[in-house]
Design a protein around this ligand. Structure first.
Ligand SMILES: N[C@@H](CCC(=O)N[C@@H](CS)C(=O)NCC(=O)O)C(=O)O
Length: 223
C-alpha cells in the first residue's frame, strides 16, 4: 500500500517530500487538507500530527510529520541505491547536509512562514523591511553554502537541496532574490528548476502560493 501524504500544493515542505518520492520512484497517495478552513488543526489531523502542520505521512501503522525527518525516513525505507547520493553516509558530508536542513527548519522556512500565515489568517499586507532584510540574510547563508560546490553540500543533489531549494523557490513570488547580490544562489536555483520533478511539483505549487499570499496582501491593504 502506498504511503499517504497529507499536503497542500502550495506547501514547500510537502513539495520537497513529493519531489523526493518522484526521484525514488515511490508512489504516494496524496490527500489534500483544506488549509483555509484549518483542517490541518482538526482533531483528526492533530491525532496524526500534534504540531498541526503539513506535510504528514502515514506509512501503514507508522505516522511521521516534519518534512526533514520524513525525508530521512523515506530514504531509509525506500531509498535503495539512491540513498547514498541523496544522503551521503560519509560522516562529515552527512553532517553538512543536516546542517543545511536544520538551517531550513529553524531559520529559512520560518522567515517564509512569518510573511505567509499572518497574511492568510491575519492582516499583514506585505513583507516589512525587517522581513525583507531577514530573508536576504537567509539568502546570504545559502550563498555561503554554495561557495565550493554546484549544490548545497556537494557537486550533486542531496536532500538538503530539496528542502532548502523548496523554500528558496517558494520565496520568489514573495521576496525575490537579487541575482547580482546572490549569484551562486540564482544559478543553483536555475539548475534546480531544470529538474523534471521540480518543474512538475514545485513550480506550480509556488505559483499557487504566490497567488494566495499576494492576493491576501492586496485584500489586507484594503482593510
Ligand atoms: N518544519 C516543518 C514545517 C511545516 C509547516 O510549518 N508547514 C506549514 C504549511 S507549508 C503549516 O502547516 N503551517 C501551519 C501552522 O504552522 O500552523 C516541516 O518541514 O514539515
Amino acid at each position: 500500500m502506498a504511503p499517504i501524504l497529507y499536503k497542500v500544493d502550495a506547501s514547500p515542505p510537502s513539495n520537497a517530500i513529493r519531489i523526493l518520492a518522484e526521484i525514488l520512484g515511490l508512489e504516494l497517495e496524496l490527500r489534500d487538507l483544506d488549509f483555509g478552513t484549518l483542517e490541518h488543526k482538526s482533531t483528526g489531523h492533530l491525532k496524526l500530527n500534534p504540531m498541526g502542520t503539513l506535510p504528514t505521512l502515514v506509512d501503514g501503522d507508522f505516522v511521521i510529520s516534519e518534512s526533514h525527518a520524513t525525508m530521512k525516513y523515506l530514504l531509509s525505507v525506500y531509498g535503495g541505491d539512491k540513498s547514498e547520493a541523496l544522503y551521503p553516509s560519509d560522516v562529515r558530508t552527512r553532517a553538512l547536509v543536516d546542517q543545511a536542513m536544520f538551517f531550513n527548519v529553524g531559520i529559512f522556512f520560518i522567515r517564509l512562514k512569518v510573511i505567509v500565515l499572518p497574511a492568510i489568517f491575519g492582516d499583514l499586507d506585505g513583507p516589512t523591511e525587517k522581513h525583507r532584510a531577514d530573508i536576504d540574510e537567509a539568502y546570504g547563508v545559502v550563498e555561503a553554502y554554495l561557495a565550493d560546490h554546484a549544490y548545497i553540500v556537494t557537486d550533486h543533489l542531496t536532500i538538503a537541496d530539496l528542502s532548502v531549494g523548496a523554500t528558496t523557490i517558494a520565496m520568489q513570488p514573495l521576496h525575490k532574490l537579487d541575482p547580482a547580490r546572490f549569484p551562486r544562489t540564482a544559478a543553483w536555483m536555475a539548475r534546480l528548476e531544470q529538474h523534471p520533478s521540480v518543474k512538475k511539483i514545485l513550480i506550480p505549487g509556488t505559483k499557487i502560493l504566490g497567488e494566495i499570499v499576494n492576493g491576501a496582501w492586496q485584500k489586507n491593504k484594503k482593510l
